[in-house]
Design a protein around this ligand. Structure first.
Ligand SMILES: [Fe+2]
Length: 407
């Protein structure tokens, strides 16, 4: 078995969790906040001045901001800082400007902009063990109940994948439920795409051949965000088992076992392309693994079938190919795969910039396999999560999420 990756533990990702403040102290260039548990953190005075949300300075959340970073003198200082009985923080600046911060504001931001270390969302990684943790949600509940929808969005945030059940076979049903998660993206393949095995296959999804787990359309500058796979007809017993792989888990295995190959995938460009002559010709050069500023994996793109002949210096290219080979070996390793035989009415929803999907071969003479698919933009799905988190889990609404295959 694989070691349990470090990231498999979901840590406290709630920067806004209410902590009680015992005192605040003006330290000139810093404001020190002492919590009732004895911990002390500091925020920059320049940061605090820029965060003012009075009518003159403007409101951050809605984007109607008037104060700019250039308006804040580097040596800005507070004349006084006080916590009111209602818990608000009142600051009077040396130039007389007054700022009032909502109760809990300093505590909420000390971890994000202060010196206590920013809590970032830590995805819950999985391998072949996903079945016990996979979130399953009924179509009717997701369509009618915002709280159930929120829980499914949270499952998508945590695992990058969730299952919907009892989805009717009509095309409107696919769009109706997908539309609950965000705007459906129209591409050159249309808005809803029927993948039916057929002899004159135009894309590999229409053949009966096995497919190595991959992310879809890495040849786009911005690949599809979330993908819905709605099973209309499946050839139970004739193969066609879905193979799902957590790309983040596989990346952490590479980081641990072959750090030099992991490193190459984060900084060497890889070209993916797709051409249907006379119609479309997509080509994108990007990193297979995107990292956030702290080095955490934030997105992945990889599809062996779309790899172009790669470019690079002759003494670097073999290393790149070995890195791609190692990645391919890992995603083909059953220990890293969640395997599932889709049943009619089931929908697999997954983050296409984290989770790779593939399937075993099947016998097209025994059964017709029909999946209906559509794509959603990734930021639209995370926006739906944050919007509902304001209602159902306010502590989680402002956590920084992993932002996908950003380069
Ligand atoms: Fe695919």
């Amino acid at each position: 078995m694989l070691d349990t990756p470090k990231h498999s533990v979901t840590v406290d990702h709630s920067p806004a969790k209410a902590r009680s403040v015992r005192s605040v102290r003006n330290e000139g260039t810093r404001v020190a906040i002492e919590f009732t548990d004895g911990e002390v953190g500091r925020l920059s005075m320049r940061w605090l001045r820029l965060a003012c949300e009075c009518e003159t300075c403007g409101d951050t959340a809605s984007g109607k901001r008037w104060l700019t970073p250039a308006d804040i003198p580097a040596d800005v200082r507070a004349a006084s800082i006080e916590i009111s009985s209602a818990g608000e923080t009142d600051v009077v600046w040396q130039d007389g400007h007054a700022s009032r911060f909502a109760a809990g504001f300093l505590a909420a931001h000390i971890g994000q902009a202060g010196d206590l270390g920013a809590p970032r969302f830590q995805p819950a990684l999985w391998s072949s063990d996903l079945a016990t943790r996979l979130g399953r949600f009924a179509f009717d509940a997701v369509v009618e109940d915002d709280e159930v929808l929120f829980h499914s969005l949270r499952a998508l945030r945590d695992h990058g994948i969730a299952m919907l059940t009892g989805v009717p076979a009509e095309p409107e049903a696919t769009l109706r439920v997908a539309g609950r998660y965000g705007p459906v993206r129209e591409t050159s393949y249309g808005k809803v795409f029927d993948l039916i095995s057929r002899p004159d296959a135009r894309v590999a999804g229409e053949t009966a051949r096995a497919q190595i787990p991959h992310t879809d359309e890495p040849f786009r500058y911005s690949p599809p965000g979330f993908i819905f796979f709605h099973a209309i007809r499946t050839g139970a017993g004739s193969g066609g088992t879905s193979l799902m792989v957590d790309g983040f888990q596989v990346a952490e295995v590479m980081r641990r076992n072959t750090p030099e190959l992991f490193d190459l995938l984060t900084r060497h460009g890889v070209i993916f392309h797709r051409e249907h002559a006379g119609e479309v010709f997509f080509s994108a050069e990007a990193h297979v693994l995107s990292l956030d500023p702290r080095g955490a994996v934030t997105g992945m793109r990889y599809n062996d079938r779309c790899l172009a002949p790669q470019t690079g210096a002759v003494d670097a290219i073999d290393g790149l190919i070995e890195a791609l080979a190692e990645l391919t070996r890992l995603i083909c390793d059953p220990q890293n795969q969640f395997q599932h035989q889709l049943q009619p009415g089931e929908v697999l929803v997954f983050d296409n910039q984290r989770v790779l999907h593939g399937r075993t071969a099947f016998d097209p003479t025994l059964a017709i396999r029909h999946l209906r698919s559509c794509n959603l933009d990734r930021d639209g799905v995370h926006s739906a999560f944050r919007t509902l988190a304001r209602r159902f889990a306010p502590d989680e609404a402002e956590t920084v999420l992993y932002q996908g295959a950003i380069f």
